[in-house]
Design a protein around this ligand. Structure first.
Ligand SMILES: NC(=O)c1ccc[n+]([C@@H]2O[C@H](COP(=O)([O-])OP(=O)(O)OC[C@H]3O[C@@H](n4cnc5c(N)ncnc54)[C@H](OP(=O)(O)O)[C@@H]3O)[C@@H](O)[C@H]2O)c1
Length: 293
């Protein structure tokens, strides 16, 4: 059977509601890595006109100050405001949302039910949890599709996030764990880089050289792991009996690195769940107590 090579983004107009860091990461990735053209990307924010002009200058996208016009022209709405702004934003959007809009939320800590309650006309809502590495096209996004989502929608949303990195699909009750792992994870690795560099500095290297060694070591190890070999195999390959790596690893294992990582992911996941609980299906209980990003 001949397979048709259909581009899921062909003919789709995207409307970004929120024009901050995550919106820009997605816009950059989409224009670099997909067939979408700048004229098919409309961008709206709260009122920072200079920001919209900057995005237009950099990417050629279409600034759209009116949510009415944005909704009328877009097939797919990308919600990219801060979680604390969800009530105001959805109140403004709600009159213009159509049943056939696909709504894609990247808001951390806002469940599908909370979105559906705020946008009752929205029949197709998908939730995604990208991470900050999307900024350099090396992110990983976990996507939660309602169970009745058809294949075309899945292909479309997957294609959007594949433009900024890898994509996985998870049940919504796992999104908090994802947040604790890949959402907050880049910061854990930055801390490891800081600690490695500081160790080198204390042992006599210049700060600059120590930091370069730490950063390139982590980036190189990342590239090795992306080659498809399991981290545990790679670790065994570079650990000779009685050698230097074994001596260093013994300290990390004896002092409980794995237990520390487990506790960190668990703690961040719990915090994510607590913040999501504040954003119930009713309005006005949105995250004001903390922020995931
Ligand atoms: N950044 C990340 O690495 C990351 C990772 C995963 C998930 N997320 C999620 O992505 C979302 C956006 O984060 P961000 O870092 O991109 O935030 P950001 O840089 O602070 O941008 C927020 C944007 O929302 C706009 N906005 C606020 N109220 C609005 C309204 N009523 N209508 C339209 N636009 C409105 C702001 O406009 P003005 O500038 O005009 O105020 C601004 O453009 C958050 O929900 C966050 O949880 C972010």
């Amino acid at each position: 059977m001949q397979m048709r090579n259909v581009d899921p983004l062909d003919g789709v107009t995207l409307g970004f509601v929120g024009a901050g860091n995550m919106a820009e990461a997605l816009i950059r990735g989409l224009l670099r890595n997909t067939s979408i053209v700048p004229g098919s990307i409309l961008v709206n924010n709260r009122g920072n006109a200079a920001r919209l002009v900057g995005l237009k200058d950099r990417y050629g996208i279409v600034p759209e100050e009116s949510k009415d016009v944005l909704c009328a022209r877009a097939d797919l709405l990308v919600l990219a405001v801060k979680p604390a702004d969800i009530d105001v934003c959805t109140t403004q959007l709600e009159p213009y949302v159509r049943r056939d809009h696909l709504i894609l939320s990247v808001l951390a800590g806002v469940r599908l039910a909370a979105l559906a309650a705020r946008l009752p006309r929205g029949r197709r809502i998908v939730r995604a949890m990208p991470n900050t590495s999307a900024t350099v096209g090396a992110g990983i996004t976990a996507i939660t599709y309602p169970s009745d989502t058809d294949e075309d929608i899945r292909a479309l949303v997957d294609a959007i996030f594949a433009a900024v990195g890898e994509v996985v699909s998870v049940a919504e009750d796992m999104i908090d764990v994802v947040t604790g792992l890949s959402g907050s994870g880049p910061a854990y690795i930055y801390l490891v880089a800081e600690a490695l560099a500081e160790a080198g500095r204390k042992l006599g290297l210049s700060r600059e050289i120590a930091l370069r060694l730490a950063i390139e070591t982590i980036a190189g190890a990342g590239a090795m792991m992306k080659s498809g070999v399991e981290p545990s195999s790679l670790r065994r390959q570079v650990t000779s009996a009685g050698g230097t790596t074994e001596a260093g690893l013994a300290i990390l294992q004896d002092r409980g690195l794995s237990a520390m990582m487990e506790a960190a992911v668990d703690s961040a996941s719990k915090r994510s769940r607590e913040l999501a609980d504040l954003c119930r299906t009713e309005r006005s209980e949105v995250n004001t107590a903390g922020s995931l990003y």
